[in-house]
Write a protein that binds this ligand. Structure first.
Ligand SMILES: [Cu+2]
Length: 165
């Protein structure tokens, strides 16, 4: 007789990735927020092994509102803008990352602190819903947590050389 297949260790509630239909959601993280900040950003990777789909919305309990945003150049200034949906090409992938598409958490009920995690539910037009656990990483991770432009490296800053005479 056939031995039963070993159970896959993927049902423990702490998924590094989740799937909905043909879509895999992975690498979900958010930036820790300084105490007074009321907005935060969450980022993740969407991989689609089927027909084109669209991410229509996201929801989480950590903030009052959750929006889908992108960054656009307005002249020389990078601004963020809400989008109705994020297109997911057939057999393609889309990265939500700082400076590009992201999930915007507006009206945070409490600061996001490093090491914490929270569930984020994504709704796709075809694939339906997927809930992934978002891990909060350090404040300094890749850019400004409050989406203000100009959070790059400080220009022209040099350290005095203590060995100089
Ligand atoms: Cu935003």
């Amino acid at each position: 007789p056939l031995a039963p297949a070993p159970a896959l260790a993927n049902d423990d509630g702490a998924h590094a990735e989740v799937t909905a239909g043909t879509i895999t959601v992975s690498d979900a993280w958010a930036r820790a927020t300084p105490g007074a900040a009321k907005v935060g950003g969450a980022f993740l990777t969407l991989t689609n092994k089927g027909d084109a789909d669209r991410l229509l919305s996201a929801s989480a309990d950590v903030s009052e509102t959750v929006e889908l945003h992108t960054h656009v150049m307005d002249g020389t200034v990078m601004k963020m803008r809400q989008v109705d949906a994020i297109d997911l090409p057939a057999n393609g992938s889309v990265a939500l990352r700082p400076g590009s598409f992201h999930v915007m958490l507006i009206g945070l009920k409490a600061p996001l602190s490093e090491g914490q995690s929270f569930p984020l539910t994504l709704t796709f037009e075809r694939a339906g819903k997927a809930t992934i656990e978002v891990t909060v990483k350090a404040v300094g991770a890749m850019g400004g947590a409050d989406h203000k432009p100009g959070h790059g490296a400080m220009p022209g800053m040099t350290m005095p050389d203590p060995a100089a005479k």
